[in-house]
Design a protein around this ligand. Structure first.
Ligand code: BJW
Ligand code: ZN
Length: 253
């Protein structure tokens, strides 16, 4: 592992990235931090500094106070709508334009797509969508549903059960097609670029290790230490909006 001053490791990491035929990019909340979107586990400013994940990110929590959870997601949704993609999202959108790079995100904010990235694999859903709590199959834009039904939460237009955010809560399976595509991308990549995730939430946190076992060199971009660092080929300490454009520039991508 080459850790430390990004200026020293950036060139070598860039060369590795530049030489890769296939790249998988795994992103977490940190990639959106410089767009003003709070991460989850920051001790002071994180989304869970004041609320418990059990209360807000489980079906049980939603069922016990649906209005509280709906409104919490609505507030985040409004903040996300007002935010703008940052330099990291933009650089990654350019990279993922080509057929050789696959972007996989745990984020529900849609900022990769708003930066112009297509083919983004969303592992944990999207905060802009709602779906039926009773799983009748209905899903649609949360904002449109709210405009049609002022109740909090609004009801499913197909079966009248409660609507919920279309995100993956603890204890829930990830969308199968997204998971299969993410695993496939990890199995063929020569480089796995991991940006802005604490790598604590499974199964997403296992993808970098999967890629590594299949021969990928792992490059971590994060201002803080992560459990992936010891096995990474390069660890770039710093923020995504600063380092990602610099890294991709060094790679000639
Ligand atoms: C910067 C920066 C800057 C800051 N630039 N970087 C195996 C072992 C142990 C437990 C489990 C296991 N397998 C499954 C589990 C249980 C559970 C789990 O993982 N628990 C752990 C917490 C222990 N997993 C699940 O329940 C998953 N489902 C599942 O496994 O299904 C199978 C199953 C079903 C039924 C029974 C049994 C099995 C589902 C997980 C769903 C996670 N959902 C959330 C909420 C989404 C909705 C919402 O947005 O509200 O997804 S939780 C939350 O964490 C969110 C995130 O996507 C996810 C990851 O967080 P992330 O992105 O890493 O953010 P942070 O805040 O943790 O880190 C930010 C990082 O950025 C930090 O490192 C900073 O340093 C860095 N940073 N500024 C770059 N400027
Ligand atoms: Zn329904």
């Amino acid at each position: 592992m080459a850790v430390g001053d990004p200026a020293r490791t950036l060139g070598a990491a860039g060369q590795t990235l530049g030489a890769a035929r296939r790249i998988v990019v795994l992103t977490g909340a940190g990639v959106s931090a410089e767009s003003g979107i709070a991460t989850f586990r920051d001790a002071l400013s994180g989304l869970w500094a004041n609320f418990s994940p059990q209360q807000l990110a489980t079906e049980e929590g939603f069922r016990s106070d649906p209005a509280l959870v709906w409104n919490w997601y609505k507030e985040r949704r409004i903040r996300i709508a007002a935010a703008r993609p940052n330099a990291a999202h933009e650089a990654l959108a350019r990279l993922a334009h080509g057929p050789r790079a696959q972007l996989v995100t745990q984020n529900v904010d849609g900022l990769h797509q708003r930066a112009g990235a297509s083919r983004v694999i969303e592992l944990h859903g999207n905060i802009g969508r709602a779906k039926c709590l009773a799983l009748c199959g209905w899903m649609g834009p949360a904002e449109t549903l709210e405009a049609q039904d002022a109740r909090v939460p609004p009801r499913c237009p197909a079966c009248s059960a409660l609507a919920r955010p279309d995100v993956v809560w603890f204890g829930e399976m990830l969308p199968q097609a997204a998971w299969d595509a993410a695993e496939a991308a990890c199995q063929v990549a020569q480089v796995c670029l991991v940006i802005g995730t604490s790598a604590q939430v499974y199964p997403a946190a296992g993808l970098a290790e999967l890629a590594r076992r299949h021969g990928a060199q792992v490059i971590v971009v994060n201002p803080e230490a992560t459990p992936l660092d010891d096995d990474a080929a390069y660890v770039l300490r710093g923020t995504a909006a600063h380092l990602v454009p610099a890294l991709l520039g060094a790679a000639g991508r």
